[in-house]
Design a protein around this ligand. Structure first.
Ligand code: AMP
Ligand code: ZN
Length: 137
């Protein structure tokens, strides 16, 4: 997609600090890193989100994520990593080309897990929530 910043990185029109590439994925440093070694792994084909990505690209994307996690582990030896993506504007997605964040973590860095993103939720009956979700199958 011509006006997509990540497609332009794939095409070599916009510079990025690439750390890994194969025929299906590109991984590069986030320009505003949340931690040292914060990497974005993207499919080379344009897809706004996971549900827009053709199934045949799912395996290669997650294989790429696993490979980059291994690279980070060996090179930077973090104590852990947060791995995931923001799906949709309300969830914080600002670039409309699917990208998996890999954020290396250090002990005592002050951050929490992804469950700590929302603090205002009041829990309700889990059985009714599960029943509601299952009606969509
Ligand atoms: P998200 O909020 O999940 O859409 O994350 C988008 C991420 O892309 C942010 O963390 C940005 O810092 C990062 N980003 C945006 N433009 C670039 C770029 N040109 N090169 C590298 N990272 C970028
Ligand atoms: Zn794109």
């Amino acid at each position: 997609m011509a006006d997509c910043i990540f497609c332009r990185i794939v095409a070599g029109e916009v510079k990025a600090h690439a750390v890994y590439e194969n025929e299906s994925v590109l991984a590069f440093l986030d320009i505003h890193p949340a931690s040292r070694g914060h990497v974005l792994v993207i499919p080379k084909v344009h897809a706004e989100s996971l549900d827009h990505l053709e199934d045949r690209y799912l395996g290669p994307l997650f294989s790429g994520v696993k490979t980059v996690m291994g690279l980070l582990d060996r090179a930077l030896k973090p104590a852990g990593m947060n791995v995931g993506w923001n799906h949709g504007w309300a969830a914080g997605q600002r670039v409309g080309h699917l990208h998996v964040h890999i954020i290396p973590r250090q002990r005592g860095d002050g951050g929490g897990g992804i469950q700590s993103l929302i603090h205002s939720f009041v829990a309700e009956d889990l059985a009714s929530v599960a029943a509601q979700i299952k009606t969509a199958q």
